[in-house]
Design a protein around this ligand. Structure first.
Ligand code: FAD
Length: 281
């Protein structure tokens, strides 16, 4: 963890683009409430479909115009060199300085890989096109990416993204802090020296968390799953216990020298605000 301790901790938040007018209004309210926390930036995820891509652009502009730094995500899936180039120009014109560059996942029914196959190719393209304009974040997987051939190969692939020009990384969420500490130590051994900020998913809803975890390979430890299951339909207890567990994870990470936290807020202000106030970053 030594490499991480020199970085000034960065506290950031992630949104996804709303699909309806009602969702847009609600997200604006969430953004206003979260502004009180003074986050370093708010990032917005990016999907493969045209309408969700437009939603990302709208949410990014809304955040940026409110005075908070906005960081759009960009994915290989659903993009061509031409569309990425146009978006980069648009973001430069609108004062955007930070991008989260990802591969993305193929929507079911879509098969063809696009012009970018892996995130390292997208990072390289952004660097070649725009020099040092953007601070580029990439994804990291302390419990390893579900499609990785092996832990070793996944680490080597992570290295490719750093060598292509990533300035920082945000991790998939996890509740097993040892996985993160070992991942960071392995990166240090490979000579990688960028901030690797843990992604924090506040636990408030077990069914939703279990679904995300099945898709992303982020493990819910057995003891945690069993305890959450035991609450049954008692949503209030799930939420109270879940936030306690998430708080313990986040506090431990900061005490051990993690360079900040990135909150997957699920477009809601309350769980992140509660954790933030308890952590007092
Ligand atoms: P990559 O780094 O390209 O890795 C994908 C897989 O390919 C890994 O198994 C890796 O080991 C392997 N690999 C990598 N490079 C190579 C190579 N050169 N040759 C061979 N194999 C290689 N998804 C979205 O659709 N939109 C979003 O906005 C979004 N935001 C995210 C934000 C964060 C912080 C995180 C952690 C994930 C996000 N995701 C998002 C999900 C992400 O797109 C998926 O997890 C995706 O499956 C992998 O993306 P990646 O950028 O990590 O891919």
């Amino acid at each position: 963890m030594q490499s991480q301790k020199k970085y000034k901790p960065t506290f950031s938040i992630e949104f996804f683009p709303p699909k309806t007018e009602e969702g847009k209004q609600s997200l604006r309210k969430t953004r206003e409430e979260l502004a009180n926390l003074n986050p370093a930036y708010i990032s917005v995820t990016y999907g493969a479909g045209g309408s969700t891509q437009q939603g990302t652009v709208e949410a990014v502009l809304d955040i940026q115009q409110s005075g908070i730094e906005a960081a759009p995500h960009l994915t290989c899936v659903g993009s061509t060199k031409e569309t990425v180039r146009a978006l980069l120009d648009f973001y430069i014109d609108n004062g955007i300085k930070r991008i989260v560059a990802l591969r993305g996942d193929m929507p079911s029914g879509m098969r063809e890989a696009g012009e970018f196959r892996y995130a390292n190719e997208l990072v390289e393209f952004i660097r070649n096109e725009t020099g040092d304009h953007f601070h580029i974040e990439v994804a990291a997987y302390p419990e390893f990416h579900p499609q990785a051939k092996s832990a070793k190969v996944d680490l080597e692939n992570f290295k490719r993204k750093v060598e292509a020009g990533a300035n920082g990384a945000i991790t998939q969420y996890f509740y097993n802090t040892d996985a993160y500490y070992r991942f960071v130590d392995d990166c240090e051994k490979m000579g990688l020296d960028i901030p690797i900020v843990p992604g924090i998913m506040p636990i408030t809803n077990f069914v939703q968390l279990a679904r995300f975890s099945d898709m992303s390979g982020a493990e819910i430890p057995r003891w945690l799953r069993k305890r959450l299951e035991a609450f049954g339909d008692d949503l209030e207890s799930i939420r109270a216990f879940g936030l306690d567990v998430t708080f313990d994870v986040a506090r431990d990470l900061l005490e051990q020298g993690a360079p900040g936290l990135h909150f997957y807020c699920m477009n809601r202000s309350e769980p992140t605000t509660t954790l933030w106030h308890r952590l007092k970053p």
